[in-house]
Design a protein around this ligand. Sequence first.
Ligand code: PXP
Length: 247
Amino acid sequence: MLKLGVNIDHVTTLREARYRGQSEGEPCPIEAVRLTEAAGAHGITAHLREDRRHIQDRDIWAIRKAIKTRLNFEMANTGEMIDIATRLKPEAVCLVPEHRNEVTTEGGLDVANQIESIKATNETLRQVGIEVSLFIDPDPEQIEATAQSGSPVIELHTGAFAESYDNETNRSFEIERLIKASEQAHALGLIVNAGHGINYENVQSLFSIPHLNELNIGHSIICRAIAVGLSQATSEMLNKMAAYDTE
Ligand code: PXP
């Protein structure tokens, strides 16, 4: 079964737009955890950014306490975040690049150029029982580097696919890249997840990619929730994903 991880950063983006600097406010990310889990989500993803623009430190600890499924803690490969992760003990950490000026995570991690540092982080987190995944572009060099880094999981960046979706030629090209990337990663023994820019319309086009374990989806589910509520928005995505043929 193709699993769904719901990224709840966007819930706190909305809260921070009104309540930045205050110790509480709405909407509540814990309520989002409860509703998405009750609707069948397999995990929750949350990204504590260096600039704390959406998820705050208090949120991540409250999420850790409330969660019944799996916490996928997205973070930059920095000393501060490694320290938090080893104390937080999420089931998984997804290492992502972070640039202050980006609206959301824009490109994949350059694993090949920082392999020693990623190896060290992977080992530190592995020792406290955390599974590390690397968020990377569907690029053969980065996939090879991920396998060499000792990380057991990759999350393929589907942003370029999502952006090319309306142009058939570009879309086919991006899907082909993702298919090849997934095949290469699987052959190297990596678990393959995917995420970024996936929505209710484009998700079906990803079903030709083999070996997918989990999709991490945030923006489109939270947007749909405005119209139908978070429970139904989560169920609708899960219903679509049920058509994926896992081997
Ligand atoms: N996966 C990763 C690593 C991300 O950084 C993001 C965006 O925060 C997502 C998945 C979810 O992307 P979206 O919000 O576009 O669904």
